[in-house]
Ligand binder design. Structure first.
Ligand code: 5GP
Ligand code: MG
Length: 181
């Protein structure tokens, strides 16, 4: 897998600093309130785990699986394949996402959570690729803006490879070809 690294896009130190900053903002904003953190699996699991361990507000954790990607390409129609375990009526929600690309996933998830009766839905994304945006999304917290490359690490995968890396790296052409499903 390491031979497929093109370059380091975000280092683990940069991630740690940004995660700290996000946790501070959430602690301030939701002081005295309760929040449900909803992680979009699988990509956001590392990111959300790091953030919630720095929260001193009341936080519950839920997960959603929304599928739309294969070989790094969207098929455009996000589908919910794992649903929430509890109701969210009148709850404050913070969605944790690994990367916002076309915006279709987040737009669909936000609409779904509002439909389920959430009071407030905020979006925290580790990465954003604005050059690929097709659907406008209001992003409340965005840690890093990256170029239009396929990246893995810190929870993000390419066909399930690369989630374990501490840094976020881009893949070279050999990797993209070799790891194709
Ligand atoms: P969107 O609906 O915004 O196009 O899709 C966002 C989803 O696409 C993310 O949750 C992520 O799973 C996937 N995605 C988009 N770009 C990348 C990328 O460069 N690397 C990885 N690992 N996933 C990506
Ligand atoms: Mg994802």
């Amino acid at each position: 897998m390491r031979e497929y690294q093109k370059s380091v896009i975000v280092t683990k130190e940069e991630i740690a600093t940004a995660v700290n900053g996000l946790a501070k903002q959430l602690n301030d904003k939701y002081k005295g309130k309760e929040v449900i953190a909803i992680g979009l699996l699988k990509g956001a699991f590392v990111f959300m785990a790091d953030v919630i361990r720095q929260l001193d507000i009341d936080v519950q954790v839920e997960f959603l699986i929304v599928k739309s990607y294969k070989n790094g390409k969207t098929n455009g129609k996000p589908q919910i394949v794992l649903d929430l375990k509890k109701g969210i009526t009148e709850k404050n929600i913070v969605i944790f996402e690994d990367i916002i690309d076309t915006g279709r996933t987040l737009a669909a998830v936000k609409e779904y959570l509002k439909y389920k009766g959430a009071k407030d839905v905020e979006i925290a994304t580790l990465l954003t690729k604005p050059s690929k945006r097709e659907v406008a999304v209001d992003i409340d917290y965005s840690l890093f803006t990256i170029p239009n490359e396929i990246v893995v690490g810190y929870g993000l995968d390419y066909n399930e490879y690369g989630r374990q890396f501490a840094n976020i790296i881009s893949l070279n052409d050999a990797g993209i070809e070799e790891l194709k499903e």
